[in-house]
Write a protein that binds this ligand. Structure first.
Ligand code: ADP
Length: 180
């Protein structure tokens, strides 16, 4: 499924983000940039030692990556040239600024993408695994944030993919994309 927002094509696909043939993939990382499970573990395993080393250097330099922010490394052994690591909020009921922090992940990732000349990028469903953000709500925040950025004058990739791992997550994002 896909939809056009200004010059940007937004596409939903089901699959494994480590295989995405795009300029940059986004990782749902943690604040310490130390390997976790889920998509983070898969990206680190596929990216290899170079990615782990660059994350270690960022941690040594600036302590990590606070929630709602993003950092960039090379893609190591991945088909993608870059990995943008962003840290989504942990869901704690919805009154702890979760939506604003999640929107900030998408904004900061796309800002780093623009600064690095990225023309195509793939996102996973940030925060909806171990971090427990309800997927329907996260999908709406993600897609509306991207739509609003594309329709402002922000520099955007030509292609933004969501690579969604399972049927249920794909279903939530397609419903949300139909509704906006
Ligand atoms: P978070 O800690 O931000 O919640 P998780 O990695 O636990 O991150 O989950 C985020 C989403 O990524 C979940 O929908 C999970 O199913 C999905 N996911 C796990 N592995 C992959 C993968 N290889 N490609 C794409 N998505 C994945």
């Amino acid at each position: 499924m896909q939809k056009q927002f200004a010059e940007t094509t937004l596409e939903l696909i089901q699959g494994d983000i480590t295989k995405a043939e795009v300029d940059a993939i986004v990782n749902a990382a943690n604040e310490k940039l130390i390997g976790g499970g889920g998509v983070d573990g898969a990206i680190r395993r596929a990216g290899g030692n170079e990615v782990v080393k660059e994350c270690d250097e960022i941690r040594a330099r600036q302590g990590g990556c606070p929630t709602g922010t993003a950092v960039i490394t090379t893609g190591g052994n991945l088909p993608a040239q870059y990995i943008i690591h962003t840290v989504g909020p942990i869901w704690s009921g919805g009154d702890a600024d979760e939506a604003a922090l999640l929107a900030s992940c998408y904004k900061e990732s796309l800002q780093l993408a623009a600064e690095n000349g990225v023309k195509s990028i793939a996102f996973p469903s940030i925060s909806t695994g171990v971090y427990g953000y309800p997927t329907e709500k996260a999908a709406t925040v993600a897609l509306e944030t991207i739509r609003d950025l594309a329709e402002s004058n922000a520099t955007m990739p030509e292609l933004i993919q969501f690579v969604l791992f399972d049927d249920a997550t794909y279903g939530c994002y397609s419903d949300a994309l139909s509704d906006i």
